[in-house]
Design a protein around this ligand. Structure first.
Ligand SMILES: [Zn+2]
Ligand SMILES: [Zn+2]
Length: 299
């Protein structure tokens, strides 16, 4: 990193450009703890962010906008709280923001935006966001101190024993042997593997195919690479991005190839029987006497 900006972890009120970015041997000096101290409280400064862009007044004063791009299901209450806090708005306004596509969450200068991104990163399992213009620096997350010993914790992931699909992620103080900050997330959500999914569309019923292609259109904003033709779908994406597509495929009994093998459970939605389906079923099985209602009750 050419430039490093430090912050006081107690005051969190200003970004300081680190003066010394090379150590005595001329190697890049990017220790998370700065050699400088906070002029207000005397605490050591820690690295807030860094990158190649010189932090001049334009960088500090640009108005960065943060947009909400996606909220995970089942986490509405947490999302409302964070939108109320960062958007400085009422509960009603937060609800409206969450229901509006690509909604503006907040706007601020470099420091204000940095603080918002940090808060969002802490809840990143359910609120996805975009900044405009792009935030110019990389933010090493969890640059916290251990409240017990004052030491620097390390990043850690631990698979939960009683839940093979979940993992505890956070920062851990090795000296005190305890978590400083942690949250539970699914292994799928932190999996960085790119899965290559290939589906042959030949012979698939046209209404099912249309439905699938329409859904793929809607995945446009997601960070996946896709190639769709009349005969073939090719998608490269992370597990969390392609899980919905896999559910659609499996629910419709469409076969596919995936590399590397997808290790997570793929939920399947239950299909409801229509009168038409039942007529077809009866035609193929003479003597069968069932109604759509009876079949749906079996589901
Ligand atoms: Zn301070
Ligand atoms: Zn400690």
């Amino acid at each position: 990193m050419d430039y490093i900006l430090d912050i006081c972890p107690k005051c969190m009120d200003k970004l300081y450009e680190r003066e010394k970015t090379l150590d005595d041997n001329g190697r890049e000096y990017n220790d998370p703890v700065s050699e400088a101290f906070c002029p207000n409280c005397g605490h050591r400064l820690i690295m807030a962010c860094g990158g190649a862009k010189k932090p001049d007044s334009t960088v500090y004063d640009t108005a960065y906008k943060i947009f909400i791009s996606y909220t995970a299901d089942g986490q509405e209450e947490e999302a409302i709280d964070i939108v109320m806090k960062l958007g400085r708005c009422s509960r009603d306004a937060a609800l409206e923001k969450l229901n509006t596509e690509h909604c503006l969450l907040c706007e601020g200068n470099l420091l204000e935006t940095y603080l918002c991104i940090r808060e969002l990163a802490e809840v990143n399992c359910f609120l996805v966001y975009e900044t405009e213009p792009e935030f110019p620096y990389d933010i090493p997350l969890f640059t916290f101190f251990c409240p017990t010993c004052g030491g620097i914790p390390v990043m850690k992931e631990e698979i939960l024993e009683n839940s093979p699909f979940e993992v505890e992620v956070g920062i851990f103080c090795e000296k005190c042997n305890k978590w400083v900050k942690t949250y539970i997330t699914s292994r799928k959500d932190i999996d960085n593997t790119v899965y290559h999914l290939r589906v042959c569309l030949k012979g698939i019923e046209s209404n099912v195919k249309m439905e699938l292609l329409e859904k793929l259109e809607a995945y446009e904003d997601w960070k996946i690479k896709k190639e769709v033709t009349e005969e073939r779908i090719a998608v490269d994406g992370l597990a969390s991005n392609i899980s919905d597509i896999l559910t659609d495929l499996k629910s419709n009994d469409i076969s596919y190839e995936i590399e590397p093998p997808y290790p997570y459970e793929i939920p399947v939605y239950k299909k409801l029987w229509t009168e038409e389906d039942v007529e077809l079923l009866k035609a193929m099985n003479p003597g069968l006497n069932v109604t759509a209602e009876e079949l749906n009750d079996l589901n």
